[in-house]
Write a protein that binds this ligand. Structure first.
Ligand code: CP
Length: 316
């Protein structure tokens, strides 16, 4: 594996999932694989789970992990080619990235979208500039449009909890939120589910929240949440702002928030969320504190997902 930006960088999803589960069973089985190697974890935006799980994963492989909060502590980076830097940016990525590439064996980067300019966000300019100029493998810790480590974790969590000899029904269900959020987690989950092909995958959202078709092609899409939830085995709850009316909040309809009443139509569905979650806005206390919630297991599995990916990169 040369980089980890999307599911397209993975040759065999199930194989990667099994490697992650092997690390869950024995976290130190490759404790010298990353000896004398260093990973730089660059955060242009906040994080809790991704930051900690990636550091732990690297350390489990014997790597040194250094976190740099570029967004709050570093020089303000410029990403435009040919920019006349007479504004607020101080250092161009084409100067900074090769230096970081010289300091580190792997660079991992978190960058959120602006949600102002769809074309710019969906060009993945930030992460692509690091790929172009760093000269070392790049791992996405969530980019403008995708969150592949989260999605790998989600596939791991479904794989280890579903024991029946049939395809699970997995529903990605939009939820209300007070702020406009990126489409990254939803795009990425849809991309991984459709590439994985081991689930009957349904996406449900209010009118106007259609995701970019490049990620949902192959999924069943409906604006009828009740219909979508029928016989579901897993419900992945997530808010996202509109892709069509880019970055806008078009609905705050609280009837879209999952409740125990809605779970009655499902196959005792497990409920997933990437976290952080706004309680009683996106997801109810009764779900999050109840027996159907998978959210803590998912977050814990972030370590094994990151460890499997870093190991693949170290081996290649
Ligand atoms: N799910 C997730 O990426 O969490 P953090 O933003 O805390 O890293």
């Amino acid at each position: 594996m040369e980089k980890f930006i999307s599911v397209k960088d993975v040759t065999n999803i199930d194989d990667l999932v099994q490697k992650a589960l092997a690390y869950k069973a024995d976290r130190f089985k490759d404790k010298t694989l990353g000896a004398n190697k260093r990973i730089g974890c660059l955060f242009l935006n906040p994080s809790m789970r991704t930051r900690l799980s990636t550091q732990i994963a690297a350390q489990n492989l014997g790597m040194e992990a250094i976190v740099f909060n570029v967004g709050s502590e570093g020089w303000s980076l410029e990403f435009e080619e040919g920019a006349i830097m007479n504004g607020t940016t101080v250092e161009h990525v084409k100067d900074a990235a090769p230096i970081m590439g010289a300091y580190f064996d792997i660079l991992a980067i978190r960058t959120f979208p602006s949600l102002k300019n769809r074309e710019e966000d969906y060009s993945e300019q930030y992460i692509n500039q690091f790929i172009k100029y760093a000269g070392v493998p790049i791992v996405s810790l969530e980019s403008a449009t995708l969150h592949p480590l989260q999605s790998l974790t989600d596939v791991i969590s479904i794989t280890e909890t579903f024991k029946e000899q049939r395809k699970p029904k997995v529903v990605l269900s939009w939820a209300p939120h007070v702020k406009p959020l990126p489409q990254c987690v939803a795009n990425s989950f849809a991309q991984w589910m459709t590439a994985w092909g081991k689930a009957d995958f349904v996406v449900t959202h209010p009118e106007g929240y259609e995701l970019d078709e490049q990620f949902t092609k192959g999924a069943t899409i409906t604006t009828n949440q009740d219909e979508a939830l029928k016989e579901a085995d897993y419900i992945y709850v997530k808010n996202w702002s509109s892709y069509k009316e880019y970055g806008q909040i078009l609905s705050t309809d609280q009837s879209w928030m999952l409740s125990n009443e809605k779970l009655k139509a499902t196959n005792d569905a497990k409920v997933m969320h990437c976290l952080p979650v706004r309680r009683n806005v996106e997801l109810s206390d009764e779900i999050l504190d109840g027996p159907n919630s998978l959210v803590t297991r998912e977050a814990a599995n972030r370590v094994w997902a990151a460890q499997a990916v870093l190991a693949e990169i170290l081996r290649s």
